[in-house]
Design a protein around this ligand. Structure first.
Ligand code: FAD
Length: 367
């Protein structure tokens, strides 16, 4: 049995904590805020899991593995925090994300359906698409209810005997010794130290990660026109429309209809830019991107914004880097929530010698 010290109680830290505990290790999780921390990227009402991943065959395959890991988590939690709406990628022009997704699905033999424009509009009567548009759907897919998952994981790990310290901000890390120093000057040690600090990594390890690009991303919750409230609930979650970077998550289990537009992000650090948002101007930008496609566009009413931060590398690949006793997990992008429990299982398999670090790093990079 080893002692595993984990910095950060987001989906990555708590998932590794759960898997390490299940494997018989003693585990401590250190979190600078409350657990779960509402400022963590992992905390929102829902996050999407979807097969459409463009040309990224490695991550498409990883989604299948991720569903297996979610099933094992539901068994632990005694609840299934997921609705299988399926996910749709809509193509607007040659060579776009949906077309690449379809080529990947065909290459790796992933079951899917291709729908012409009329069929997509029948499935999604809230949309009007340009001539020539088409869609590809894949199941399962849809909303993971993130707030419930995080609360359930925090409870499960604590009850299983993981030591969870909230208000425990780590200010220094000795990677060779596996020792951390907290803001109050006390220290903690582990045989392995997992650094799962999300957007705050450049603050903890500025020499190695000071220039890592961190982005602020805001999403908007909306009230749809009454005519389409039900169709939004029944339709597949939209993973992408063309190369437009817009996506939607349905109002199921009272979560609210959420609209994202990945292009509405800017480089910023959470401790500098904060978590406030301007509902009127930011929602106008995000919703405005959907103006050509939403029926009764003027009737959509913005309700609230959700702000989060993540580290994003231009390669769009996760980075797992081991130095001495520490393992840094970073570049989680706007993509890691769906893989959280799977990452927990894989990292602990590596710590227990069932997989090499180089294989784990290659797999995490989607190779
Ligand atoms: C707006 C938005 C939308 C997204 N949509 C999706 C989606 O639809 N599907 C999907 O799969 N992914 C999505 N993502 C990405 C996903 O949410 C993140 O990649 C994932 O949650 C990252 O998890 P994490 O545990 O690495 O980081 P976080 O959840 O941010 O957790 C890091 C934790 O570490 C703590 N911490 C930081 N520094 C210290 C320190 N020095 N000492 C102690 N504690 C510290 C923080 O307080 C925080 O609680 C989205 C992200 C955002 C922001």
């Amino acid at each position: 049995m080893s002692h595993i010290l984990i910095i950060g109680a987001g989906i990555v830290g708590l998932s590794i904590g759960r898997s390490a505990k299940r494997a018989g290790h003693s585990v401590t999780v250190l979190e600078q805020g409350p657990v779960p921390n509402p400022q963590a990227a992992s905390v929102d009402r829902h996050r999407m899991i979807r097969y459409p991943y463009g040309a990224a065959a490695g991550y498409t395959r990883m989604v299948s593995e991720a569903f297996g890991a979610w099933e094992r988590l539901w068994a632990d939690l005694g609840a299934r925090h997921f609705e299988n709406t399926g996910a749709i990628a809509i193509s607007l022009e040659r060579g776009d994300y949906a077309e690449k997704t379809l080529a990947t699905f065909r290459d790796i033999g992933l079951p899917h359906d291709v729908l012409d424009r009329r069929a997509v509009e029948d499935l999604c009567p809230h949309l009007t698409l340009p001539k020539g548009a088409w869609g590809v759907t894949a199941f399962p897919g849809g909303p993971l209810f993130a707030a419930d998952i995080m609360a359930g994981l925090a409870r499960w790990t604590a009850e299983a005997g993981v030591t969870i310290e909230s208000g425990a901000r780590v200010v220094a890390l000795d990677e060779a010794e596996g020792r951390v120093t907290l803001a109050d000057g006390t220290t903690r040690s582990g045989d392995a130290v997992i650094v799962a600090t999300g957007a705050w990594l450049p603050r903890l390890l500025p020499e190695r990660f000071g220039t890592l690009p961190v982005y602020r991303q805001a999403l908007v919750y909306v009230d749809p026109p009454a005519d389409f409230a039900e169709s939004w609930r029944r339709a597949p979650s939209i993973a992408v429309i063309g190369d437009h970077t817009g996506y939607t998550l349905p109002d199921l289990r009272g979560a609210g209809l959420k609209i994202g537009y990945s292009a509405h992000r800017r480089q910023a650090m959470p401790d500098v830019a904060g978590f406030e948002a301007d509902l009127a101007t930011e929602s106008a930008v995000i919703l405005g991107a959907f103006r050509p496609y939403f029926n009764q566009f003027q009737a959509y009413r913005p309700l609230r914004m959700q702000v989060g931060y993540y580290a994003l590398h231009p390669s769009r690949r996760f980075l797992f880097e081991k130095t001495g006793r520490s393992l840094v997990i970073t570049r989680c992008d706007g993509q890691m929530f769906k893989f959280g429990p799977l990452i927990g299982e894989r990292v602990v398999a590596m710590l227990d010698g069932h997989q090499s670090m180089s294989d784990l790093a290659r797999w995490a990079a989607g190779e």
